[in-house]
Each structure stands twice: as structure tokens, then as C-alpha cells.
Design a protein around this ligand. Sequence first.
Ligand code: FHN
Length: 466
Amino acid sequence: MKRAHLLSLTLLLTVSLAPLAAVAQSTQDTESPEAKQARLAWFKDAKYGMFIHWGLYAIPAGEWKGQRCPGLGEWIMNRCHIPVKEYEQLAKQFNPTKFNADAFVQLAQDAGMKYIVITSKHHDGFALFGSKASKYNVVDATPFHRDILKELAEACKRHNMPLGFYYSQSQDWHEPGGAGNDWDFGPDQDANRKELKPYDDYLRTKAEPQVKELLTGYGPVALVWFDTPRMMTKERAKRFTDIVRGNQPATLIDGRLGDVGDYVSTGDNVIPSAVMKDYWEVPATTNHTWGFRKDDTDWKSPGEIAFKLIDSVSKGGNYLLNVGPMADGIIPLEAQENLRSVGRWLKTNGEAVYGAGPSPWGEEFGEPSARGDKNLRGQKLVLPHNEWRVTTKPGKLYFTFFEEPRVPFELPAMKNTVKRAYLLETGKEVTLKQEGGKTTIDMPRPMWDPMATVVVIEIEGNAVEK
Ligand code: FHN
């Protein structure tokens, strides 16, 4: 993150320690669109963040009592219906002696990621920070006794890295009042959606106090990433918004609280098929799970990651890419290597990503199935085209090619005069031809970087006119 942006974020976040009930009311209800955009500015520039899913589930790593338990690693307690009394024993084994907060932040920096979001408490109810609201936390319940979030917050501060906290506000499988644990505590609701658990007790005695602890004990919180809003009425969601706004007014709230957040959170690994009106972020996996599973070694390649990142930026969003540290505190080395490869690419091509705007066109994204087919989620199928994407800055268009154009590449139609074309990485001119109202570029072959090559097109005027 550029220093100026970091300063404005710090400033925004520090102003936040003002007296709070009143602020909560006013920020929530009266914030102007401009003020909201100012809070979002660092996030929109950042584009690429590191998600970290880490907790007790890293110990069983997808296997319970010698049996493979299919599904997401962090869902093992639910998928295998592990009783609370058994699952919580894992805390006694949680001793990640190889954990080094600076190494996490260093990896994010090497990868070119501009913010970090870590699970402070996932659905299993275990907190990765010292909490007075529940002893089921890393400091009180494990032999490790160290406050992982505190160490990470300090490391982030040392490296100027914005830090946000994931918090599972509704699901808490450890608590009788939390949503989601029907194997120990029965269903959350009956057939008429009548609530059957002391859900508000859980919210008031654990979830709300813990969110407050995060907002008051861990320095500036860049964002809170709520998730799976079950039974989250507007009134309940507002209680969380008030805690966040009341303690740190600049902190962003994701799109999964249960009421409007500061930006849209898309589905897991779901990059929209076109530019969206509102600003958005996609949470994404590097393999197929969030929490570590020893049997999931199907890592996304650097090329796939680079494509998804630029695809996201060209559609006006952020790419929040997950790593799942192992029980000893180490992030799987294959994931580290792939992230660092993308980071090296970003070192010379980052201008096309950070702070860049979306595509002025959209034809490059693909086309809806003419037969009206649906995808596996039952949505309208869009047949994607993945050859190239374009991102923008005033007076500049960044065409990123993921496949080598075999013929001169025709730029999409625009009224602007095209002034110049060159490779972003080397500055070398790219042959430009303008004939009969068409502009083509002739990329040198073989492509400079076979993974992704960026050609910068300089145009008259700030933005594309169509
Ligand atoms: O259930 C969670 C899942 O474990 C993971 O945390 C993802 C990340 O976006 N969110 C939920 C499913 O959407």
C-alpha cells in the first residue's frame, strides 16, 4: 500500500477512538456517500488481500479417528458431528511453535498482497485471541498461551500492512445458543422458523463482546469480515454495526453481516461475470479448502492466480486469496511458492493492478450461453473468454494477455486517439497500426511473459469514450 494511503487509513482508523454511542448512531445513519468512499479508498486501491483460515481444525486436517471426513477442513466438527466435549480437547494439542507473525506478513508482502484478514473465531467457536468473553481461546485453553492476533497485529503495524478480522457472528458450534450445532444442541429453528435456542444470549455474552474486544484491543482494524448470517435480523446485525462504528468508525464491514455492509462479498470463489455496479470482493481458495486439509494438494498455479486477480480487478473488485496454515504454524510451502511467483510478476506489472479501474468494455469476459444453459449453481451459464483482460488508469489502458495473440490484436472500439503502445515490464514499444478506423497492435512473439504480458495503451483523454 502506498504510504499516503496507509497514512490516510491510519488517520481514519485513529480518529475512531471518540466516544462512542453517539458516533455509532451518526456514522451508521448519516454518512455521506463521499465519506463512505473515503473509507473505502484504501481497499479499492489494494485489490489483492491475504485471507487466513486458522484454528483447531488444522490439527485433524480433514481426518477424524482415522477416517477421512470430506468437505472443507474448517467444517470437520460439523461434517463428522464431533461432539463439543470431544472437539474442544483439540485445544490441549494446539501448540504452533513455528508460528511467526512476521513471516505471515512477509509472505503477504512478497506475494504483492496489500491487506490481511484472519479468522479471529470461525464456526467452531474457538478464538485465536485472548478473550475475556470466552475461555475457549488460544491464550487460556492451549499450551501455546500466546495471543496470535496480538502478535499478528503488531507485525502488521511494523510492516504497514492493514489487518482485518474474520468473525463468525451467527454460527458457533461450541455454544448451546450459537447457530449451527444440531448434533449436540438440536435444530436452530422449527418448521415455522421459530427460534429454538438462546441465540440472543449467545450473541450478547460471546459474539458481541468478542467483536468489541477485537475493536478495542488490537489497534486499527481495517475491516471486519462477518460470515454466514443465520437468523441475523436487521436489529441483531445493527448491534454489530454499532459496535464496529462506535469503536472504529473507519473500519469496513464486509457483505455478510446480515445487513448492508460497506461492499459486496460475492460467493466463495465466485468472480462475477461482468463489471458490478457496487464495489465487491471475492473470497477465494488456493486449493479447495480454507482450513488446512492434509489431502488437499490441488493448488492453483501462479498463472491461475494471476488470471483470477486481474479478472477481478477488470470487473471492479478485490481478490482475497486464502491460505490455511498447518497446526505447527507453517503455511504449506507449495502455496507459499505459488503466491511468491505471482508476487514477482506483480513487482514489475503491479501498475496494471493496484489502484486500477475496471474494463470500459466487457466483451472480453465471455458470452451468455445461446442455449440458455445453467451452470452447476443453477445460474445462467456464461461461457467465459479468458484470453485477455483490460484495466484502466487515467489516460492508460492495461491490456493483459494470458494467451499469445496469433494475429494482430484489434483494440475494442473507442473514440479516443491512441498515442502509444508498449510492454509494461520493459517499456519496449509495441507496433501500433491505425487503419480504416481500426487500431491493431502487433505483439512481439513469443510473448514476453508466457504467464501474462501487459501492453500499456496510452490514449488521449482520461477515460475511454465509446
Ligand atoms: O462456512 C464458511 C467457510 O468455512 C469459509 O469461512 C468461507 C469463506 O468465505 N465462508 C463460509 C462459507 O461461505
